[in-house]
Structure formats: C-alpha cells, structure tokens
Write a new protein. Structure first.
Length: 638
C-alpha cells in the first residue's frame, strides 16, 4: 500500500513536523510506503507530485489549518487534526487497510458528514487566520525595532527617528506590515471556511474592520472585528456556493459571483450593524488595559501568564497571544513583554528540570529536555507538550505558576516587546525594552517551574504505590524476606519458566494477569490479587509503556517474597498507551518485596534501561524464537 499525507499546524513549527515524523515511523513499522508533505512556517516542503498522488491508495490530511484538497478528488481521504497525526498515526493508516475511508468527491459534503475530525471547526478556522497573520506582525515589529535601535535618537519623549533618516522609511514599512494584520486574519479565516472564493470577501471585511471611517467611528474594530468579518465572509461565501445555478453560470461562480456577493454581504453587515459596537468594545478594552496600574497590572500579568502556559500553543494560549499582538498595533508594547517571557518559560523550565532533578525523569525524557530548552529559546511553547502529555496533573500546574511569576516580573519591570513572538531570541534581536529584566523574568520563571516539578513530581524509579481502597487485609503479618538476591545480572532475577517468546495476550490487562500467574507458579508471588492491585495502582499513575516497543510494569508488595522478573514477547504488540505511541512487544514485569523496594527496585530499573536503549539489542529480543535464545540474550543485561 502507498499513501500520501499532508501535515500542518497553526504556527507551522513543532506540531507540523512531529505529525510527519510519527506518520513516517508508523508507516515503516506497518510496511506501508508514505510520502508526507509538510506545510510549515517556511512553506510546503517535500511537495507531493502529480505522480505521487496518482499512485497513492489514499490520502491523510492531519492539519489544523485549511489545506487545499482539490488535488485529491477521487482519492480515499482522511481529514483530521494534526494531533491525530501525532498520537494515532497507526490507527489512521490501518483505516485504509480496513476499508474504513470514504472517497473525496470535492463537493464539500464529505467534511460535513464525516466524523473523522472531532476538532472544533471554529477553532480550526481561527487558527488558520492566525497562522497567516503572525509573519506580518513579526516582520513589522522587527523592522520598527531595528529602525529605533539603529536610527533612533534619545529625546524627552523617548527614542525618536529623524524625519530625513532612511530609518524613518524602514519604520514606516514596519507600520505598513502591521496594517496587513487584520485583513490577513479575516481573509484566511474566510479561506479556511469557503476555500478561495472566501479569500477576497474576508480581506475586504478585515480592511473595513480595521478602518473605523467606514462606520463613523474614531476607533477601529481591531482584531475582534477582523475575526467577526472573517467568519461572516466565510460562511456567506459557503452559503452562496451551495446555491444551484445553471451550468453556464457555474464557471464564473468562484471568481466573480461568490466573491462579489459575499463581499457585499460582509461589508453591509459590518458598516450598518456591527462595526461601531465592536469598535467600542475594543476601544474600551484597550482603555482598560492602558489604565491598569499597580495591583490591576499584576492581575493582568497573572492571567496572561496562566493562559499562555495552560495549553501550550492551543486555543487558550492563542487568545492571550492574539491579544498581545493587537496591543502592539495599538502602540502598547508592555502587554506583549510579559507574554513574550511567559511563552518561553514552560519549555525552558521543563528542560531545566530534567538537568536539575534527573531522578524525576526517564532517560528518554532527559533527552527531550535538551530539545525543549532549544525550542524555548526560539519561543516555541510546544516544547513542553511531551512532558505535559505524560504527566498533566503535575506538569501543567508547574508551568502555569512559572509563567505567571515570569509574566509578573516582566510587567512590573515595564518590559516591552515590539514583536509578536517570544523567547530569548526576541531579546537578542533588539525587539525588547528593558531586556535585562526580560531575561531575568524568563530565568526566574524557569527556575520556579523546575522547583515545582521537584515538589510535585515523584521520582520515576521510586514512585510509590498509593493505597488501594477496600483492599482485603490479611490479618497474618507478612515478614519481609531476609533473602538477598544478586541483581548485578538480569538472569539472576528470572528463569526460563518466566519467559514467553510468543505471547498471545491481546490486551494489557490480560498480559498482566498471565505474567502474574507465572510469578505465582514460580513462588515469587504469594497472592495474585494483592500483587495485581499493586501493579494496576502503578499503571493508574502513568503508563509503564516507556516507548521503543517496551513496557516495564512493576509493583512493590508484601505479596512478593523475593525480586523477580517475568519477560514476555508479543510479536504483534500490545497497546500499553506508550509514551511514543508504539505497541509494546517486549514486556518486563518487575516484582519487588515492599520492604526492599527503595534499593532493589531502583537497581533493577537501571539495569534494564541501559541495555534497552540499544536498538539492535531490542530487535534481537523481538525476533527470539525460543526461551533458550531469549534467556541467552537476557544474559547480556548486567
């Protein structure tokens, strides 16, 4: 089978490439040929050719912004969000094998009747507009910052650029770039809804929203008006597209009739009905923000910091980001300053935590920490997502508090930012005022994140098992075994009777039951029920599917007489909700007496983790055909 795919996220940075990589890995695993076109922030890469599409058995579009599907008419097509490309790549590919994919006819009906994408369409359309708008604000802000930094002269009113200077022209170009913000936002919201026929009406509506003179208002309706205009234009164009017209009129519908009619609709609605009220709301909001001092200013910083960190690039984050961007256009740079600091704090803070508190993270998480710091430096909040996905109840509060602290420091220090972006990079580019305190805000916020992780997150190797409610109590006290076991070599902890090289268990729970039965037969476990409760209590905290097709369920219980490891190989793999989305084929169950847990448990995990990082060794284990062959391979773990 051969597939083609397109991945794209609102910012065109992290998620676009994560989805592409995971789809390619899943295809390789399933023996499927795939070519993925990424529509990222630098444009389309690895572009699909006509031949690629013609030869493909199906198409996967995993995108959170509008993708032109005209190329794929007549092809089986899945249209879903970018998160499904990251988290469910195998599931998407397997749907083609099962024939559970409809053919795209280009009528638009497929998207309305399909249940493939559960993502909120309003959010998808909004993010499409935001993704196209951001470069204009970034370029405009950097040009103005560059002009002021190099060509500005200090005066009583602050930095001023002489009228006869070339830098005055560059500043004006930056201002022109800002002028595109609202029309581009509205235009590409409408484009996401109605495709190309919606683009012109959306931009025209956005231009009207940005110019209050159309509706007799001294203030414009700003980005709020642009959002309204984009949705009105888009849905007007979509409605007109559905009107049945004679065949002779159909060719001019998308280039004349639909744009013209939709433009008139959005213009008249905005001029006659909603322009002035929206402008008043936006003006009041701007006045309220500009008048914030003291405690009110701090309260605003707390809200913005929390919103930025909460969903790390999601809709809540984007609302705060869009608000700060609009304030730049209004000349209020001290709103974007705290936001720029807050944007960098989650990924840098989590990366810092992996260096400062290594016992809180698995080896592969520590590697992720290095990439997270790099992403934070360039203002990519999504760098913290892998950590939040694995442990949301501890990570999300930690990064929110850190971002709130950094945002407040930036706010009270009057840190300003002329660019709609964040991270240390904007400080180095000269876009930030009071840059020293900007870096201090990021540093303090990141340290707070790391310290919160130390307090909230349990040690990976020493995670304690919470008590299980209503668990039967054995009135006879169980004495901890005094027997010492040499755990410098893995085969000292297992036997051939505890190995199964071709397990047929199809679910995680069935696999756990089968492995515990073997441990009971071995005599290492005295009570099947009690030990299973310890295993499942650990699984409820977070999955023990560590990725790389490996799962290490483990439990500490008084029902265990001495340390033991059962080892099963599942040729087909078992869904263990692994951190990287792979099915688990190598399952090691560790049983440790509760009284010895603090020492033995840690050493066994360390023993396993070092060798299992070797790709070649894992492949050999998966291919083992007999207990004897598997046992010989396990002898290498020491």
């Amino acid at each position: 089978m051969k597939l083609v795919a397109i991945t794209s996220c609102p910012n065109g940075i992290a998620h676009t490439y994560m989805a592409a990589e995971n789809l390619e890995k899943a295809a390789a695993k399933l023996g499927v040929e795939i070519k993925v076109e990424t529509q990222g922030g630098v444009g389309a890469e690895n572009v699909l050719t006509e031949q690629d599409i013609r030869e493909a058995d199906g198409v996967i579009i995993a995108a959170d912004r509008a993708v032109d599907k005209a190329r794929f008419v007549g092809k089986r097509l899945i249209n879903t969000g970018v998160q499904d490309g990251i988290r469910k790549p195998e599931e998407l590919i397997n749907r083609f094998e099962k024939g559970n994919v409809s053919t795209y006819r280009g009528t638009g009906k497929e998207e309305q009747t399909s249940n493939e994408s559960k993502q909120n369409p309003i959010y998808r359309h909004l993010m499409n507009g935001v993704s196209f708008m951001v470069p204009f604000i970034v370029v405009g802000g950097l040009l103005i910052a560059l002009a002021l930094t190099i060509g500005g002269e200090p005066t009583e009113a602050g930095l001023q650029i002489p009228e006869d200077s070339i830098w005055k022209t560059i500043e004006a170009i930056g201002g022109a770039s800002f002028g595109f913000m609202v029309p581009i936002l509205a235009g590409y919201i409408a484009y996401s809804i109605a495709d190309k026929p919606g683009l012109a009406p959306g931009m025209i509506g956005g231009f009207i929203a940005a110019n209050g003179s159309f509706y007799n208002s001294e203030a414009s309706a700003g980005f709020l008006g642009g959002i309204f205009a984009g949705f009105i234009a888009g849905y007007a164009a979509l409605w007109i597209k559905k009107i049945k017209v004679p065949k002779m009129v159909q060719p001019i519908m998308p280039i004349i009739i639909i744009p013209l009619a939709a433009s008139l609709i959005v213009a008249l609605i905005f001029v006659l009905l909603i322009g002035a009220p929206v402008a008043q709301v936006f003006e009041s909001l701007t006045t309220w923000l500009s008048g914030m001092q003291g405690s009110s200013e701090i309260f605003l910083a707390l809200i913005l910091g929390a919103m930025i960190a909460f969903d790390m690039g999601g809709p809540v984050n984007k609302v705060a980001f869009l608000f700060g961007s609009a304030m730049i256009v209004e000349g209020n740079y001290e709103i974007m300053g705290p936001i720029a600091a807050a944007i960098a704090i989650p990924p840098i803070g989590m990366g810092l935590a992996t260096f400062m508190f290594k016992d809180k993270f698995l080896p592969e998480q520590r590697e992720t920490g290095k990439a997270s710091i790099t992403m934070g430096f360039f203002g990519i909040t999504e760098g913290a997502i892998p950590f939040a996905a694995q442990d949301p109840l501890r990570v999300i509060p930690s990064i929110m508090i850190g971002s709130m602290v950094g945002s407040v420091i930036a706010m009270v220090s009057n840190v300003g930012n002329r660019v709609a972006h964040g991270g240390p990079i904007v400080g180095l580019l000269g876009a930030v005022s009071n840059v020293m305190m900007f870096f201090v805000a990021i540093a303090v916020g990141a340290i707070v994140v790391a310290l919160m992780i130390k307090v909230l997150k349990k040690d990976v190797e020493l995670a304690t098992v919470p008590p299980v409610p209503n668990m039967p109590v054995d009135e006879t006290p169980v004495k901890a075994s005094n027997k010492t076991t040499d755990i410098t070599k893995l085969t000292n902890l297992t036997t051939k009777q505890l190995i199964d090289v071709d397990s047929k268990q199809s679910t995680r729970d069935d696999m756990i039951d089968a492995m515990i039965k073997d441990l009971v037969k071995d005599g290492a476990v005295t009570d099947h029920t009690a030990f299973k409760e310890a295993i499942m209590a650990r699984e409820s905290e977070s999955t023990t599917g560590i990725g790389m097709e490996v799962a290490i369920p483990h439990g500490k219980s008084d029902a265990v007489t001495e340390p033991r490891i059962a080892f099963y190989i599942s040729k087909d793999g078992v869904d263990w909700s692994s951190l990287d989305g792979t099915l688990s084929k190598l399952i090691f169950m560790i049983a440790v007496p509760k009284a010895q847990a603090g020492d033995q448990h840690l050493k066994i995990l360390q023993l396993l983790s070092r060798k299992l990082m070797d790709d070649t060794f894992r492949e050999k284990l998966i291919k083992a055909e007999s207990k004897e062959e598997a046992y010989r391979l396990l002898e290498e773990i020491k």
